[in-house]
Design a protein around this ligand. Structure first.
Ligand code: ADP
Ligand code: MG
Length: 837
C-alpha cells in the first residue's frame, strides 16, 4: 500500500482507494493477478526442492561409513567391491529419495485437506477461499470463532471482540470498533479498528479490507516463535535418538569383535572392512523414514474414514487413548431436534416466547430454535407482528437467551433456557415445584427440556429482569446410529467414554443410558459439583462418573487437565471457540468439520462426520498404526542382532568369515531394504479393540517386544553359526559361504512374513496370516529374484559360487527354523494370554 500514513490512521474511503478495491470486493481476475504478483498469504515457503531431498539421502552417518568402506575396498585393491558398494549407495539413495518424495507429497495433500478457509467477498459474492489465496484489497467477513489470517482494516463491526494472545500474550478478549480514530504511531496492540493476523474472533462479527498479507503482516515480524512445528516430530526424533544409542551399542560390540580378530592375526584392512559393513547393516538407518511412512499411510487411511490429521504424530497418540470425552449434542445424538412434549401454564405466552425468543431463520440456526419454529404454527407471522427491540444472545455459562419485543403496543420481555437458571428469577415461585416434577418426568425419558418465561420489560440488566415461567417444552434428540456399538467397542478396548454436556443431568443420563455410556451404579457429575471439588476429589469422582452434565467449557478444560495430570491420554471433541482451551490441552483435540476455524486450528484432528463412531474408528486405526511401527522395529532389530551374533561368534570361535562384507551389504538390501517398505500396509490383526491401551512410553519397547527381538537374534545367530560350522567341514569354504549367504537372507524373509502378525501364531487363523499383508510376499519374491540373480548370474561380484540344488536344503532348513522359532514364541505368549483370560 502506498503513502506513509498506515491504514489504521486513515478514513476508510482513502484506505479503499489506496487498495484499489471496492465494498463488493475484488474481481476474480484481479485477485488472481495480485496472488501471482505479490505471492501467497503464508509466512514461509515450505516447499523443499527435489534436489535438496536427493542430497539429503547421502547426508547420513551410515552412508559416510559406507563411503569409507568403498575407499577401504579400493585400498585393498578390490575393485569389484568398490563398484558394488558405490552401486548400493546409489540404489539406497534412490529408494530413500523416492520414499521421501512420496511421504512429502502425501503430507502436503493432508495439509491441503485441513487448510483454513476464509469468507471473502469477490465479484460481489461471498466465497470461501483457502487462506493462502487471500490478497490485499480482499473484503473479509468475520464471525465468532474465525481465525484472522491477514491484517485487516475494519469498516463494519458488531460487538466484535478478539483474542490477541498470540500477539500480546494477554488472553483477555479485546473489543474492536471500526469507527475508532487512531494515531499513525499507534502500537499493534492499540489498533482498535484493525485485526491482526494470528488472532481469533471470540465474539461478534465484522467486515474489513485486507491491508497486509503473508510476510508483510505484523505476525510475520514476530513469527519465529509462532511457526508451525518442524516436520520432524517428537516421535521420529525419539526413534532417531534410539537408533543413535543402538548404533553406539553395536559399535562397542564391533570394537570388541575387531580386537579379538586382530589378536587372532587376521588382516587389518579386512577386519576394518568387515566391521564397517556390519555396522551399516546392523543399524536400522531407514527406521525414522519407515516410521514416518507408516504414519503417513495411516493418516491417509484415516482421511478416507472422514478423519483428517492436522498433526502427523497424533495418529500414534490415537493408539494409546484411554479416555474419550465427547460432546452430547451432534456427536452422540442426531442434533436434529423435534418438539415432543410440552407443559403450558399460559399457552399464548408460551407460543410467543417460543416464536420471539428465537433466532431461527427459514429453517436454519440453532437446532433448538429450528425445532421451536417448526412447532409454533404461525412462526413467521408472529415474528413480523412483534418486532424485536433488544436481545441477550444465548450464553453458555448462563444457559439462557432473552429478547424484548413490541407486543400490542407494549414492550414485553421473553426468556428461554435451562429451568434452574430461569427458576432463580421467576416470580411465580408457587408453580416451580410442580413444574420441576414435570421436567424430571420428561428428562428421565431422555427429552431435553427448556423453560420459557414472559414478563414486562424492566431493563437490560439481568438483575432487573421480571418474568413468570409460562411453560416447558421437551425436545427429542435421538442417539445416532452406531454410537451404542462404538461405545461398547471402546469399553472393551479399555477406553473410558465420558459424555460432557451442558444439558440437564436427568436428560443426559437417560441418553447416556441408551448408548451404553451410563450404566446402573455409575454416577452423574454436574458442573456445580465439579466447581466445589479440588483436583484430587475430581479425579476420584471421575473414576465412577460417566456423565458430566450442566458443564461449561471451563469445566471441560479442567476435567481434561486433571485426567492428563494423572497419566490418562485424553481425546476430546469440541467445535466452538470456548472449546479451544480444552482442545488445545488435550493429547488429542478433535474438532468437528462443521465447527469454528478456531477450534479446528488448535485440534490435532478434524472429523468430517460428527459422530462418536468416527472417533472410536480412528482410535482403532491409530492402534493399527502403532502396531505396524512396533512390528517394523521388531523386524529390523531382530534381523540385525542375528547377524551380529553370527559374525561375532564365528570370529570368537576362530572360524573363517561366514559372510564377507559385500554379502552383508547385499543381504541388507534384499531383506530389510525391500521388506520394511511393506510394513505400512499391514492390516489390522483382529484383536486391536480387545486389548487395553498401552502407555505411549511402552508402545514400542515393552517387555515382550524386547524378549522377542533378543530370543530371535540369539537363537538364529547361533543356529546359523552351527550350520556354518557343519558346512565348513563338508564343503570348500566358498560353497559353505555361498550357502550361508543365501540361507541368511532366506531366514530373514520368513521372519519378515512372521512379523506381520504379532499376537496370533501363524497357524492360528492361517487365512489372516496370508491376507494380512499380501505385499510382504511380493517383497520376498523381489528379494528372492535379486538373490538368485546375485548367485547365478554374477556370483563373482559377491564372492559367491552358484548353489547346487541339494545345497538349497540348508537354505530351507534355516528358513524353517526361523519360522518355527517365532511361531514357538508366539504360541507361548498366546497360550499364556488365554490362560490369563
Ligand atoms: P450441549 O452440551 O448438549 O451442546 P448446550 O451447552 O448447547 O448443551 O446447552 C446447555 C443448556 O443451555 C441446554 O440444556 C439448554 O437448557 C440451554 N440452551 C441451549 N441452547 C439454547 C438456546 N438456543 N436458547 C436458550 N437456551 C439454550
Ligand atoms: Mg451445544
Amino acid at each position: 500500500m502506498d503513502g506513509d500514513t498506515p491504514p489504521h490512521a486513515r478514513d476508510i474511503q482513502s484506505v479503499r482507494t489506496a487498495l484499489g478495491t471496492s465494498f463488493d470486493g475484488l474481481s476474480d481476475e484481479e485477485a488472481r493477478r495480485r496472488l501471482e504478483r505479490y505471492g501467497k498469504n503464508i509466512l514461509e515457503e515450505e516447499e523443499i526442492s527435489r534436489f535438496r531431498i536427493f542430497i539429503k539421502q547421502f547426508q547420513d552417518f551410515l552412508i559416510y561409513i559406507l563411503m569409507a568402506a568403498a575407499v577401504i575396498a579400493l585400498l585393498a585393491a578390490d575393485f569389484k567391491d568398490f563398484v558394488v558398494i558405490v552401486a548400493l549407495i546409489l540404489v539406497n539413495g534412490l529408494i530413500g529419495y523416492w520414499q521421501e518424495l512420496k511421504a512429502e507429497s502425501s503430507i502436503r495433500a493432508l495439509k491441503k485437506l485441513t487448510e483454513s478457509r476464509v469468507s471473502v467477498v469477490r465479484e460481489g459474492e461471498i466465497r470461501q477461499v483457502p487462506s493462502p489465496e487471500i490478497v490485499h484489497g480482499d473484503v473479509v467477513l468475520l464471525a465468532e470463532g474465525d481465525i484472522v489470517t491477514a491484517d485487516i482494516r475494519l469498516y463494519e463491526s458488531y460487538g466484535l471482540a478478539v483474542d490477541e494472545a498470540t500477539m500480546t500474550g494477554e488472553s483477555v478478549p479485546v473489543s474492536k470498533d471500526h469507527q475508532a480514530v487512531l494515531d499513525p504511531g499507534a502500537q499493534p496492540y492499540e489498533l482498535a479498528n484493525s485485526l491482526l493476523s494470528g488472532t481469533t474472533v471470540v465474539r461478534g462479527s465484522g467486515r474489513g479490507f485486507v491491508v497486509r498479507t503473508g510476510r508483510d503482516t505484523y505476525l510475520a515480524g514476530i513469527a519465529a516463535r509462532a511457526q508451525e512445528a518442524s516436520p520432524e516430530s517428537p516421535f521420529t526424533r525419539a526413534i532417531r535418538d534410539f537408533s543413535m544409542r543402538y548404533a553406539v551399542l553395536i559399535m562397542i560390540i564391533l570394537v570388541l569383535v575387531g580386537t579379538v580378530a586382530f589378536l587372532q592375526g587376521r588382516e587389518l584392512v579386512g577386519i576394518a572392512y568387515l566391521l564397517v559393513a556390519q555396522l551399516v547393516s546392523a543399524v536400522p538407518a531407514g527406521l525414522p523414514l519407515v516410521v514416518t511412512l507408516v504414519m503417513v499411510v495411516g493418516a491417509l487411511a484415516l482421511s478416507r474414514k472422514q478423519t483428517l490429521t492436522r498433526h502427523l504424530p497424533s495418529v500414534e497418540t490415537l493408539g494409546s487413548a484411554t479416555v474419550i470425552a465427547s460432546d452430547k449434542t451432534g456427536t452422540i445424538t442426531e442434533g436434529r431436534l423435534a418438539v415432543q412434549d410440552d407443559v403450558a401454564l399460559d399457552s399464548r405466552a408460551l407460543m410467543l416466547a417460543a416464536a420471539l425468543c428465537n433466532d431461527a431463520r427459514e429453517g436454519t440456526g440453532d437446532p433448538i430454535d429450528v425445532a421451536l419454529s417448526r412447532w409454533v404454527g404461525e412462526y413467521g407471522e408472529l415474528r413480523e407482528r412483534h418486532p424485536r427491540t433488544w436481545v441477550f444472545p444465548f450464553d453458555t455459562a448462563m444457559k439462557l437467551m432473552a429478547t424484548a419485543n413490541e407486543v400490542d403496543g407494549r414492550r414485553r420481555f421473553f426468556i428461554k433456557g435451562a429451568f434452574e437458571e430461569l427458576a432463580k428469577r421467576a416470580e411465580n415461585r408457587d408453580d416451580l415445584a410442580a413444574l420441576e416434577e414435570r421436567l424430571n418426568a420428561m428428562a428421565e425419558g431422555g427429552l431435553r427440556v427448556l423453560a420459557f418465561g414472559a414478563g414486562d420489560w424492566q431493563g437490560e440488566d439481568p438483575d432487573a429482569w421480571r418474568y413468570e415461567i409460562v411453560g416447558l417444552v421437551g425436545f427429542l434428540d435421538p442417539p445416532k446410529d452406531g454410537v451404542r456399538e462404538s461405545v461398547i467397542t471402546a469399553r472393551k478396548a479399555g477406553i473410558r467414554v465420558l459424555m460432557i454436556t451442558g444439558d440437564y443431568p436427568l436428560t443426559a443420563r437417560a441418553i447416556a443410558g441408551e448408548v451404553a455410556i451410563w450404566k446402573e451404579g455409575e454416577s452423574v457429575l454436574t458442573g456445580g459439583e465439579i466447581e466445589s471439588m479440588d483436583d484430587d476429589a475430581l479425579y476420584a469422582a471421575l473414576a465412577t462418573a460417566t456423565v458430566l452434565a450442566r458443564v461449561i467449557p471451563e469445566h471441560k478444560y479442567r476435567v481434561v487437565r486433571v485426567l492428563q495430570d494423572r497419566g490418562e491420554i485424553v481425546a476430546v471433541s469440541g467445535d466452538g471457540v470456548n472449546d479451544v482451551p480444552a482442545l488445545k490441552a488435550a493429547d488429542l483435540g478433535i474438532a468437528m468439520g462443521s465447527g469454528t476455524e478456531a477450534a479446528k486450528s488448535v485440534a490435532k484432528m478434524v472429523i468430517l462426520d460428527n459422530n462418536l463412531r468416527v472417533i472410536v474408528d480412528a482410535i482403532e486405526n491409530g492402534r493399527v498404526i502403532v502396531d505396524n511401527v512396533r512390528k517394523v522395529i521388531y523386524y529390523l532389530l531382530s534381523t540385525s542382532i542375528s547377524e551380529v551374533v553370527l559374525i561375532s561368534t564365528s570370529i570368537f570361535a576362530g572360524f573363517p568369515l561366514p559372510l564377507v562384507p559385500i554379502q552383508i551389504l547385499w543381504i541388507n538390501l534384499v531383506t530389510d531394504g525391500v521388506q520394511d517398505k511393506m510394513f505400512p500396509f499391514i492390516k489390522e490383526e483382529g484383536d486391536v479393540m480387545r486389548r487395553p491401551p498401552k502407555p505411549p512410553a511402552r508402545q514400542f519397547f515393552e517387555r515382550r517386544q524386547i524378549t522377542r527381538i533378543l530370543i530371535f537374534g540369539l537363537v538364529m545367530g547361533m543356529a546359523s553359526f552351527l550350520v556354518f560350522e557343519h558346512l565348513i567341514f563338508r564343503f570348500p569354504y566358498e560353497t559353505a559361504n555361498a550357502i550361508i549367504f543365501t540361507a541368511f537372507a532366506a531366514f530373514q524373509w520368513s521372519n519378515g512374513i512372521q512379523a506381520q502378525k504379532e499376537h496370533e501364531p501363524f497357524f492360528v487363523n492361517i487365512r489372516r496370516s496370508l491376507t494380512i499383508n499380501p505385499l510382504i510376499f511380493l517383497s520376498v519374491l523381489i528379494g528372492l529374484v535379486l538373490q538368485l540373480a546375485a548367485i547365478y548370474i554374477v556370483p563373482s561380484w559377491f564372492n559367491a559360487v552358484p548353489l547346487a540344488p541339494e545345497q538349497w536344503g540348508y537354505v530351507a532348513l534355516l528358513a524353517v527354523v526361523a519360522f518355527a522359532v517365532v511361531e514357538t514364541i508366539k504360541w507361548v505368549e498366546y497360550l499364556a494370554d488365554r490362560a490369563a483370560g
